[in-house]
Design a protein around this ligand. Structure first.
Ligand SMILES: Nc1nc2c(ncn2[C@@H]2O[C@H](COP(=O)(O)OP(=O)(O)OP(=O)(O)O)[C@@H](O)[C@H]2O)c(=O)[nH]1
Length: 168
């Protein structure tokens, strides 16, 4: 558990460091569901570590029932770019496919890049929370609630009517 400052406010972050093993994650599925953000890290000098992430991302998505979780892909060891065996295009394609944020870091030579990735993910989580709060406040508005209640029966009627159409 870590405290950090975001937009002048102290936030508490629970971090679980896990690994992908032959039989899946070393954490429980409900911890995947519980997470607000999941950061997938690979080493740019180890192609297998990148390729494995497809399996990881597919598994995460299969356990998540909504899209509120922030997913991030981190290309670590950017100081060893001359030994890289994963192209930026491949990483970008992965991010587009899984809707991930993307960061390049060097844990050994540029710790700021690590902090930046970490804080950006926290910011995105906070922003998602704010958006959800706004939507839920909006839905609690009596005028909106009333409109939705009127619309739902109408939609119900439409569905009934449509399902009868082929027999007419
Ligand atoms: N050159 C370079 N080496 C790094 C970097 N990050 C980690 N390493 C080295 O890579 C090796 C593995 O680092 P770890 O931090 O143990 O990696 P890990 O993924 O936590 O490993 P697990 O214990 O299997 O989870 C160590 O020798 C680190 O010094 C980096 O950004 N650049």
């Amino acid at each position: 558990t870590q405290q950090c400052t975001l937009d002048g406010k102290t936030i508490t972050v629970h971090v679980l460091d896990t690994a992908w093993q032959a039989n899946g994650f070393s954490i429980k599925d409900d911890q995947i569901v519980w997470a607000d953000a999941i950061i997938m890290v690979y080493s740019i000098t180890d192609r297998k570590s990148f390729e494995k992430l497809r399996e990881v991302a597919d598994y995460i998505i299969s356990k998540k029932t909504d899209s509120k979780t922030v997913l991030a892909l981190v290309a670590n060891k950017s100081d060893l770019v001359h030994m890289s065996c994963v192209t930026n295009l491949e990483a970008t394609q992965f991010c587009a496919e899984y809707n991930c944020l993307f960061f390049e870091t060097s844990a050994s030579e540029n710790y700021n890049s690590v902090t930046n990735a970490y804080m950006s993910v926290c910011k995105q989580v906070k922003s998602n929370y704010k958006k959800r709060e706004k939507i839920s406040k909006f839905m609690q508005n009596p005028a909106i609630k009333a409109k939705l209640q009127i619309r739902n029966p109408i939609r119900g009627l439409e569905m009934k009517w449509r399902s009868r159409a082929p027999t007419m």
